[in-house]
Design a protein around this ligand. Sequence first.
Ligand code: ZN
Length: 306
Amino acid sequence: MVKTQPGYYRMMIGDFEVTALNDGVVYSSASSSLPNATSKEISDGLSANCLTDRIGMSYNAFLINTGDKLVLIDTGTGGKGANFAVFRGCGHLIANLRAAGYLPEQVDEVYITHTHLDHVGGLTLGEQRTFPNATVRAATSEVDGFLNPDRMAAAPKAKKAGLQALADLFQPYIKAGRFSAFNEDRTLVPGIRALATHGHTPGHTSYVVESGGQTMIVLGDLVHVGAVQLLYPSAHFGSDADPVEAAAQRIRVLQMAADGSFWIAGAHLSFPGIGHLRGNRGHFAWIPAIYTKPLEDENPFTKSKG
Ligand SMILES: [Zn+2]
């Protein structure tokens, strides 16, 4: 792939450094991705953002340096699934992590929003752990379907191969004693807590990052097509497991972010996928982060590296 620019973006949330890492961009059709959106909602959303269908969808992960811990939220595709059109052109997360000045070996904690391949594929390189020194954490409700032997045994035959492929991504960490599942909302390291937002998948989890009076909600896949789903948040995404619950969680969290003037960070919002929201329940407007770099004297991580 010809690189047009570095696929990382860095900013501060209080004392934490947040780096958005791009895994790739894939072109898809907004209208076929959003099954219950009316053609008027789709054309309204696209034209409000000066877009036409097809749209480029970003695949982002977020690296947070708390000073004590280096935490990666989601892992990209790891280049897996390139035979699926939706993942073609992905697999650049590790190159962008390195470009941002970090090494996979430095990651202490990996938090999973959900177990779709574009979020967990990067856990392994072959059969090895991509992040050899990290503990991987995910919601029990998300991983139980393929890590619990009884549930695996009871799974329909047609689903078994897919579930086993997911289990294989976690096994190297389990064998090394570096996997831990958590139940619902809890603080994982000081300043980062899980926020259950089930619907897109059974255990879909967002993460709330808080430091120095600032808050960022790392959404995961609460929003896929920002141009349409922020304006019309009840628009379902095609692969939502429970589209009604996914929409309820999308509206709840977007409202929380708008009310609190929190930053949001979206896995599929246009890179870097970071911005603010204005508006209310019916419609939200997106205010993207502007390109800056953290002030040298406010970024202890840059300063310490010289
Ligand atoms: Zn996704």
